[in-house]
Write a protein that binds this ligand. Sequence first.
Ligand code: CP3
Length: 372
Amino acid sequence: MPTPSLTPEHSPSAQTNPPAGPDNTQPLLIRALSGQHAIERPPVWLMRQAGRYMHEYQAVRAKADFMTLCKTPELAVEVSMQPIKAFDMDASIVFSDILPPAEAMGLKLIFNDAGPCFPEPLKPDGLSQLRIPDPKADLGFMLETLKLLRAELPREKALLGFAGAPWTLATYMIEGQTSRHLHQIKSWLYNAPRTLTQLLAMLSETVARYLIAQIEAGAQALQLFDTWAGQLHPETYQQFVLPYQQQVIAAVKAAHPGVPVILYARGSRGLLPLLARSGATVLSLDEHTDLGATHQWLVENQMSHVALQGNLDPVMLWQASAQTVAQAARQIAQTGMALNAGKGYGFNLGHGILPKTPRENVQRVIEAIKSM
Ligand code: CP3
């Protein structure tokens, strides 16, 4: 427990100076991602930590479909808490999906066997039917889930909010669902680029408002998922991905400067100089990216203040023995902690947990990191 004399309110210099020592009143993950002070051990949470690999989740899903789970705060809280109760991670990420904001913009969203999907994907002449949602009125269920979660979570656990980044949301809205070649959105990109940038601008405003509302509902850090950002050449990335990441992150930081924003862009190994310009507090690396080389590049470019998160291979977590993954996790976390003398690193996967991952492997990885 933190000693009251260390809290900023009780420190005589709090009014004029930032606290001299680590602010132990903040959850470990927030202290780590803020990168201000060395932390005692790496914090750990896992992308998709609530999901089908857990029998507790399957039991709730047997009674309610996925969208109902997302939209019923009591159920979403229950599911968000399942991995915390089972494995004692350092953070809870609110259970939801990246697509409800697109539904709130006016696009019909359903859930089928392959996952969430838009049965009538967006056409270039369909933009006029979209609107910028009001987070409280249109996405209040997610905000309510955050409030309830914050009240239920122990103080030392961080609460994470999230959203899809504009490019990734646009891919789903235009393709309808996960797509191998992204050929529909690329058709817009080559044949109707102005319409695409109009959509991306609407999405930036939607996502920024949504994330700011999440902070106001209790989120202590945010993750922006740009799952399909790695599908573009750096030149098209600079046109259709980076400016919208920047707009969202700048708006969030202007409203709430102290809240860490984590950017996850899959397939971004060759995009580091662009990712670094996003303004994100933290870059969450996929499993194909070298943690050490990434940090080295940041140092050489006077950006060592950018924190890193990652990056165990989720397929290894699924396929390797518990002993092997625990060892690999520890090795990654040791590398992460050595980069900047323990300032600015959090353990995670390179992408979300896969549905058939053995529970024991997750358990052992969390234990391995927490015992460091
Ligand atoms: O990390 C967490 O535990 C929070 C919950 C969360 C989910 N989806 C739950 C989910 C988060 C942060 C997401 C983000 C998300 N959703 C992304 C970005 C990150 C990524 O994984 O790339 C994307 C692209 C989506 C869209 C989505 N949701 C797809 C394509 C699918 C179907 C494929 C799949 O893996 O299931 C989903 C479904 C989904 N989202 C499930 C869960 C637990 C499975 C739903 C079920 O069948 O019960």
